[in-house]
Design a binder for this molecule. Sequence first.
Ligand SMILES: Cc1cc2nc3c(=O)[nH]c(=O)nc-3n(C[C@H](O)[C@H](O)[C@H](O)COP(=O)(O)OP(=O)(O)OC[C@H]3O[C@@H](n4cnc5c(N)ncnc54)[C@H](O)[C@@H]3O)c2cc1C
Length: 315
Amino acid sequence: MQKPSVLIVGAGIAGVACAQALRSAGITARIVDRGRRAGGRMASRTINGRTVDLGAAYFTAEPGSGFAGVVDGWVERGLARPWTDTIAVAGPDGIQRSSTGPMRYAAPSGLRGLVVDLATGLEVEQGITIEHVAPGEADGERYDTEVLAMPDPQARRLLDEASTLREKLDDGSGWAPSIAVVLEWASREWEPFHAAFVNDAPTLSSLADDGDRRGDGANVLVAHTTAELALEHLDDPDRAIAPAIEAVQRLLSLKDAPLHSFAHRWTFARPTSQHAEPFQLDDGIGVCGDAWGERSSVATAWASGDALGRAIAAG
Ligand SMILES: Cc1cc2nc3c(=O)[nH]c(=O)nc-3n(C[C@H](O)[C@H](O)[C@H](O)COP(=O)(O)OP(=O)(O)OC[C@H]3O[C@@H](n4cnc5c(N)ncnc54)[C@H](O)[C@@H]3O)c2cc1C
């Protein structure tokens, strides 16, 4: 078999989109990820026998865009479903109003499955951590091109200090952390809502009804903490659970405690500012992901990876 000329580090949606764009052009890429499964921040995890979305809460797709074509395919095959165009807007003490916007899509089997589906035909090598990338070489192996499909601060760590590309990447100060707190309740004691943006609150930034989102009606809520609270507890995310429970009880006027809880840390959850370019390609090393485009989102990450793959294929 011909040795792949391109290495893609990161099998989140950006890396997989990049690999598929190359594949469409007849170029085989080697794609690796340090995680046990593909998906990155489109993470779903089985908790008490049920899949819960821990990262992205949902995704949107600009009608007519390349990503919208991908989403249509998922919807046709029942892998994704239009969830809601209405999100509640809350303050710390409760839901104040609702806001209508673009259609938000969810995945009945969890968002990670969409990345796995997108990776059909690719051989993603899991559990492989790349430590060092330089022009033409990664961890001692030779490639024509290497792609870093991951948050800037993670990509920076792989590059030499003298690299000009490294200077263009954020060192982490422009990325916000979050802790996802999954709460399972005995029954649905809250007024129906799909998801809520929480404003001006010290603990929560958003809350989603995972049973509503996934369509199985499970009594499961997923809260995402503010960056400030996450920063306090990055070394021990379980310590974010108690304040998150208190904040959810206050927000939804719940008296009982949840039956189960689980916390997951996202050290680099979202960029706080965006690069104007759709990707970077310098000296045979490309960088793509959700920071490369108008605003951080699943759709931006896909578009960035797809555009970088096409640019590499075009030579
Ligand atoms: C809490 C939270 C809520 C969010 N909510 C939304 C939302 O509601 N809507 C929305 O559109 N977006 C949301 N997002 C953002 C969305 O999840 C991301 O924009 C998108 O998933 C990013 O994809 P990516 O491929 O660019 O990066 P990632 O998904 O981060 O993929 C990077 C991959 O690189 C791998 N990797 C890193 N370093 C190495 C290495 N050295 N060697 C090997 N592999 C490596 C990682 O394991 C990871 O799998 C949310 C994100 C978080 C964390």
